[in-house]
Each structure stands twice: as structure tokens, then as C-alpha cells.
Design a protein around this ligand. Structure first.
Ligand SMILES: NC(=O)C1=CN([C@@H]2O[C@H](COP(=O)(O)OP(=O)(O)OC[C@H]3O[C@@H](n4cnc5c(N)ncnc54)[C@H](OP(=O)(O)O)[C@@H]3O)[C@@H](O)[C@H]2O)C=CC1
Ligand SMILES: O=C(CO)COP(=O)(O)O
Length: 350
């Protein structure tokens, strides 16, 4: 392999595994699973049977459950890249472990991208704020990788377009080099906030669209939810410092369309089942993978209220998930809102 870029992926869920497999085709790549028995099973079977059953992983992909192995893999590389494949709930711990590992192993040129889509449930912080705090004083280059990308399709080698956002051109270049190829296009952006807000909020909107489809509300209602959902995403994003244009790109409209309409989406699945009358506890009890929109919805609602941003669809999702409001009642409340102008979505109050 003629490359001086070495890649480590922390987190062996569906997305971490799919990205590690893609990277391993061109660069020395090591995947870290937090459970030793899972790492052993993946390494032996060349398959992640828990998260991506039936997908063959490249022979070249290294697998470990030892965090120190991951840093040793990167030490001595010409250039190194760490991809965090954990959900938002694991972001703070992952960043802390990376910061400590960098010091312990004397890595001085590491680029780190996270892939989680959500807000910190307790504080409403976006992932970059979590990373910023953990990485302070370490010299780590940081950024976010997002876009419309079901892990299973990526792992099967089907075409996909992603966006990497970072202030660091060097980091954007490394991520592009690691993943860009025959089936993956990687676009660059400097709008970290816009990319993160799009990724977090499209999950909430996917739950809303799933609820509508579960209720049998029809294609017109779905189109209305997607469009007005995008208006909510843009409004909050702009209030937080994002660029409005980002929301018509891959990580905004692109990911919203995918997740709100694609049946591989876990968030859409949650909404569909709620709309069909199942309880949230039963739905989550039957799932083995994360649906970030569930924990994210109240954090988004609280953040929006703090910024004085109206987010009726998000409020409705929270009311159905956590306040005992029936899906039908939530729809009635949305429809009963006062008529208004359809102004540009980025304008406050639109
Ligand atoms: N799957 C997809 O298509 C895509 C997912 N994403 C985003 O990527 C992130 C990861 O999702 P995905 O891979 O799908 O999730 P999965 O549910 O498939 O896997 C989650 C992975 O994270 C580990 N994990 C779970 N909770 C924690 C925690 N608190 N701390 C540390 N590790 C934890 C799990 O380990 P264990 O098995 O030991 O429990 C597992 O390896 C999410 O934010 C998701 O929105 C982004 C793009 C596409
Ligand atoms: O983020 C995703 C696709 O871009 C995956 O969506 P779900 O988490 O809803 O499955």
C-alpha cells in the first residue's frame, strides 16, 4: 500500500465499521471495538455480524479492542487520521480518551473527525464544543464528517457523497484522501456548525415523517414535513452561527430526504412504529442500534427555546415521545396553528 496516511476508527458499530472497511481498501486501517469478544469475532469472521451482517470486510482491516493498539497503529505514520464512530452519548469519553492517548503515545500531528449526529442530551452542546474542550492544548486537528449515508449501502460499495467540515484544510484533505474513491465522493466545507446542526436535526424530522407515514397521512403531508422541517433546521442553525446555504447541501436537505424517506433509517423506523400505535419503550427495547433523534429532540427543543426560535415540528415530536400526546392530536395541533407567510426559511420567525 503506497500511502503514508494511516487511519484508526474508534467505534465498531454500523457506521464505524463501514467507514473502516472503505478506508482499509487504500490505507492501513485499524478498527477499535469496545468489547473484546466483539473485536475477536469481527477479526475472525471478517464480518461485523451484530451491526452489518452479511457484509464481508477487507482482509487488510486490522481489528482490536485495545485503545493503545489504536494509537500505536498511528504512531510513526507520515500522517494520521482518527475517525470517531461512536454516538453522541459516547463522544465526550471518546474525545477524552483520544486526548490522553495522544499525550501518552507522543502523537503530535493527529486529525480527528467525528461522525455522530446529535446534541449532548444534558447540555445541548454540539459535538464540536465537546471536542474543543477535550482537545484543548493538544494540537489535535478536529472536524466533522456527515452527509446522507446509510452504513449498509456504503459497506456494500454503493455510491455515496459525504461532507467533511473543518477549519483545517489539512484535515479536510486527509479525510478526502482516506475515503474518496470509486464509490465515495467527499466534499469539503468550513461550516462545522451548519453541518452538525443539519445532522442532528434531520433525525428529529425523520421521526416526525415516520409518525406521519405510520398514521397513513400521505405523500402531501410528508412533503410538507420535510420542507417545513428544513425551515426549522435552517432557522436554528443560522441562530447558532451556521451558514444558511449549508442546509440546502448534502448534510441538510440531502440527509433530511434520505432519513425522512429511506426505510433503512432507524429514526424513521421509530416514528413509523409510534404512528402505528407502539410505545416508545417497546420500540427502543426491540432495537439494537442507536436512533439519535429520540434523545436529541428534547435537547433541540430546549436549545431553540433558549434562542427564541419557533420549532413547532420539534415541539410536536417531543410532545408525542415524552408527554403522552397522541400522534393524531399532535398533527391536529400543528394544523391548527395560525396561517402565515412562507418567508425565506433563514429569516428569524419564518
Ligand atoms: N449507521 C449509519 O448509517 C450512520 C450513522 N451515523 C451516526 O454515527 C453515530 C454512530 O452510529 P452507528 O454506528 O450507526 O451506531 P450503532 O448503533 O450501529 O453502533 C454504535 C457503536 O457505538 C458504541 N457505543 C454505543 N454507545 C456508546 C457509548 N455511550 N460510548 C461509547 N461507545 C458507544 C457501540 O458499542 P457496543 O456495540 O459495544 O454497544 C457500537 O460500536 C451516530 O451518531 C449516528 O447518527 C452517521 C451516518 C450514518
Ligand atoms: O444518518 C444516517 C444516514 O445519513 C442514518 O440515519 P439513521 O440513524 O436514522 O439510521
Amino acid at each position: 500500500m503506497a500511502t503514508d496516511l494511516q487511519v484508526a476508527v474508534l467505534g465498531a458499530g454500523s457506521w464505524g465499521t463501514a467507514l473502516a472497511a472503505a478506508s482499509a481498501r487504500n490505507h492501513p486501517t485499524m478498527l477499535w471495538a469496545r468489547r473484546p469478544e466483539q473485536a475477536r469475532r469481527i477479526a475472525q469472521a471478517r464480518e461485523n455480524a451484530s451491526y452489518l451482517p452479511g457484509v464481508a470486510l477487507p482482509e487488510a482491516l486490522l481489528v482490536t479492542s485495545g485503545l493503545d493498539d489504536l494509537f500505536e497503529h498511528l504512531r510513526g505514520a507520515g500522517r494520521s487520521l482518527m475517525i470517531l464512530g461512536v454516538p453522541v452519548a459516547g463522544m465526550e469519553q471518546a474525545c477524552r480518551e483520544v486526548a490522553e492517548g495522544v499525550q501518552r503515545h507522543g502523537l503530535d500531528d493527529l486529525a480527528v473527525v467525528w461522525t455522530c449526529k446529535g446534541l449532548d442530551a444534558a447540555t445541548g452542546r454540539l459535538p464540536h464544543a465537546i471536542a474543543q474542550e477535550a482537545f484543548a492544548g493538544t494540537g489535535i486537528m478536529a472536524g466533522v464528517l456527515s452527509g446522507p449515508s446509510f452504513a449498509r449501502e456504503v459497506a456494500q460499495g454503493l455510491p455515496v457523497a459525504l461532507t467533511v467540515a473543518s477549519a483545517s484544510a489539512e484535515l479536510r484533505g486527509r479525510v478526502t484522501e482516506a475515503l474518496h474513491g470509486a464509490a465515495i465522493r467527499v466534499y469539503g466545507s468550513e461550516d462545522v456548525i451548519g453541518v452538525e446542526v443539519g445532522g442532528a436535526l434531520k433525525n428529529v424530522m425523520a421521526i416526525a415523517c415516520g409518525i406521519g407515514d405510520g398514521l397513513g397521512m400521505g405523500a402531501n403531508a410528508r412533503a410538507a414535513l420535510v420542507t417545513r422541517g428544513l425551515a426549522e433546521m435552517t432557522r436554528l442553525g443560522v441562530a447558532l452561527g451556521a451558514q444558511a446555504d449549508t442546509f440546502s447541501g448534502l448534510t441538510g436537505l440531502g440527509d433530511l430526504i434520505l432519513t425522512a424517506t429511506g426505510d433503512l433509517s432507524r429514526n424513521r423506523h421509530v416514528g413509523l412504529e409510534i404512528g402505528r400505535g407502539k410505545s416508545l419503550d417497546d420500540i427502543l427495547g426491540d432495537m439494537t442500534q442507536v436512533a439519535e433523534g429520540v434523545r436529541c429532540a428534547p435537547a433541540v427543543r430546549d436549545l431553540a427555546r433558549r434562542h427564541g426560535i419557533e420549532m413547532p415540528i420539534t415541539e410536536a415530536v417531543c410532545a408525542v415521545l415524552f408527554e403522552g400526546v397522541s400522534p393524531a392530536e399532535a398533527v391536529s395541533r400543528l394544523m391548527a396553528r395560525n396561517p402565515k407567510e412562507e418567508t425565506a426559511p433563514s429569516r428569524p420567525g419564518a
